[in-house]
Design a protein around this ligand. Structure first.
Ligand SMILES: *[C@@H]1O[C@H](CO)[C@@H](O)[C@H](O)[C@H]1NC(C)=O
Ligand SMILES: *[C@@H]1O[C@H](CO)[C@@H](O)[C@H](O)[C@H]1NC(C)=O
Ligand SMILES: *[C@@H]1O[C@H](CO)[C@@H](O)[C@H](O)[C@H]1NC(C)=O
Ligand SMILES: *[C@@H]1O[C@H](CO)[C@@H](O)[C@H](O)[C@H]1NC(C)=O
Ligand SMILES: *[C@@H]1O[C@H](CO)[C@@H](O)[C@H](O)[C@H]1NC(C)=O
Length: 227
């Protein structure tokens, strides 16, 4: 059955008609090439990567032609191509035009992904997953996937993380030190004030109201007015 390999919610016929009238074509129901929510990958030199691509079509496919192309210095270079006769079928013959490229797609899953073995810095760039469904009068569809090749990922990230961690740690330590210093300063100031009061008040100079020494409170109260 044609509907089995569908991966997208297809609009019901009435809604589809409305939408296609609004959008002026068959674009709603037509073929779509999908390279994932994040069509970008950063990989380390020498690793092997998957370039993902799936197709979806509400009207079904018949002799779907697809290929993968790489934009090399502005020229589109074909890496792989094949034709899929019907939904859910495997492509009959998959032509691979480059070494280190392997087709790993599955017709049953509408999957036309490829593997790129042992990548080099020259492999960085834009990859296009292209599809054409004759059911749509040869309309072209494509999606672009970007590959970035880097020498190493982990070391840079770790250094940055350590830098941030030590900066944050240092900040906290400084804050704690500041608070300790502040408390100490308040303590010292309080002591000095206490001392001053002791000097000013002749007999019982300690202004310690909290300790319930009501007598000393009464006595010390008028003393600041001497200032
Ligand atoms: C990239 O990887 C290849 C194979 O592992 C290695 O020979 C080459 O030296 C690497 N280049 C850089 C710049 O790391
Ligand atoms: C693309 O450019 C690189 C260096 O800039 C060069 O080595 C390579 O041969 C070029 N490829 C083509 C197909 O012109
Ligand atoms: C990838 O590199 C490994 C080790 O260098 C090698 O054994 C393997 O054949 C290479 N694969 C391809 C497809 O070039
Ligand atoms: C496509 O097929 C490849 C290989 O079987 C698999 O790793 C990948 O997850 C598949 N992608 C989707 C979206 O099913
Ligand atoms: C579709 O792409 C092919 C090249 O692959 C081109 O020759 C053809 O004119 C395009 N058709 C449309 C309708 O854009």
């Amino acid at each position: 059955m044609e509907g089995e390999a569908r991966r997208m919610p297809c609009p019901p016929p009435a809604a589809a008609l409305m939408l296609s009238l609004m959008l002026g074509g068959w674009s709603v129901q037509g073929l779509e090439m999908l390279v994932g929510k994040i069509p970008y990958l950063q990989a380390v030199n020498g690793s092997t990567v998957m370039l993902p691509c799936n197709y979806a079509s509400c009207i079904g496919i018949r002799n779907l032609y697809f290929n993968w192309q790489f934009n090399e210095n502005g020229t589109m270079v074909k890496l792989v191509d094949a034709t899929i006769r019907k939904d859910g079928m495997e492509p009959s013959v998959v032509e691979v035009y480059r070494e280190r490229v392997e087709f790993i797609g599955r017709g049953i899953k509408s999957n036309v992904s490829i593997l790129l073995w042992n990548i080099t810095f020259d492999d960085a760039g834009l990859y296009t997953c292209f599809g054409r469904n004759p059911k749509e009068k040869g309309r072209n569809h494509s999606a672009i996937f970007t590959l970035d090749v880097v020498p190493e990922l982990i070391v840079v990230d770790n250094t940055l993380a350590i830098l941030i961690a030590s900066a944050v740690g240092g900040g906290i330590a400084a804050l704690m030190g500041f608070m300790l210093l502040k408390n100490f300063t308040i303590f010292v100031l309080a002591k000095i004030e206490e001392k001053n009061k002791e000097c000013l008040v002749s007999s019982s100079g300690i202004d310690n109201t909290e300790n319930g020494l009501s007598g000393s409170k009464a006595e010390s109260k008028p003393t600041p007015k001497k200032k």
